[in-house]
Design a binder for this molecule. Structure first.
Ligand code: PEP
Length: 258
């Protein structure tokens, strides 16, 4: 765990226009520049709506901010007659370092299958961005005790076709759907159970280097006051943060988990 840089990614979802985005990123950069804290050891990423990315790029480049940014989704296609879609090439050109793929809201509301998520992950990777591949079970699956099997099946499908050398640089986010936006946080033990199972599966399929390098995030109602216990777990390398990432003080607190 010590060799993996902690990653805190703020998924803004469909919130903040480009002007509001600039204000939030400026405030965040100000918070992260506070020398009383060792923010330098954490990788901090914001994931705004597509329409904000150009403004965020201009701000980050112009002021040489340490914040990185990514997109919430990407097309499975490179270009052409796909109205409303955004390609990996377009996102890479805007300086995105990361792309969230397979968020539960995409899987549920837009019927994205593991095959679609896998295709998106490959497009992001081929364009030199890191896919943050989201997996996780809903409430009924958890209640049936099938959460590990369900999540590993999603993992296998979503990571199909990646080599061990590629997997080492990927990010997987375990997000139990019942804990997203509900205020219901999985316990650190719940998070560790599934994150450990994910790493074990990667070790089985791709070997030690991939398993030891892969970063696994937990997501689901993470806030400044519950992040430390989750981050203390061996197989949790960071957090994918929704609601709390819209408040700078709260997200700053998450980035200061240690
Ligand atoms: C998310 O959308 O990825 C998420 C974890 O949301 P929240 O933190 O609001 O539960």
């Amino acid at each position: 765990k010590a060799t993996r840089t902690p990653l805190m990614a703020g998924n803004w979802k469909m919130n903040l226009n480009h002007q509001e985005a600039v204000v939030l990123v400026q405030k965040l950069a100000w918070t992260l520049s506070d020398k009383r804290h060792d923010y330098g050891k954490v990788e901090v990423v914001v994931v705004p709506p597509f329409t904000d990315l150009r403004s965020v790029q201009t701000l980050v480049d112009g002021d040489r901010l340490s914040v990185k940014y990514g997109a919430q989704d990407v097309s499975t296609q490179d270009s052409g007659a796909f109205t409303g879609e955004i390609s990996a090439g377009m996102l890479a050109k805007l300086g995105c370092s990361y792309v969230v793929v397979g968020h539960s809201e995409r899987r549920e509301l837009h019927a994205e299958t593991d095959e679609v998520v896998n295709a998106k992950a490959h497009k992001a990777h081929a364009a030199d961005m890191v896919p943050i591949v989201c997996v996780g079970e809903g409430l009924s699956v958890r209640q049936a005790g099938e959460h590990v099997a369900h999540t590993l099946a999603q993992l296998d499908g979503s990571l199909a076709g990646f080599t061990a050398e590629q997997v080492v640089g990927l990010v997987v986010a375990y997000e139990p759907v019942w804990a997203i936006g509900t205020g219901e946080v999985a316990t650190p033990e719940d998070a560790q159970e599934v994150c450990a199972a994910i790493r074990a599966r990667v070790r089985e399929v791709h070997g030690d280097a991939a398993a030891d390098g892969l970063r696994i995030l937990y997501g689901g109602s993470v806030k400044a006051n519950n992040v430390a216990g989750i981050m203390a777990k061996d197989d949790v390398d960071g957090a994918l943060v929704g609601g709390a990432s819209l408040q700078v003080a709260e997200f700053g607190g998450v980035c200061r988990f240690y």
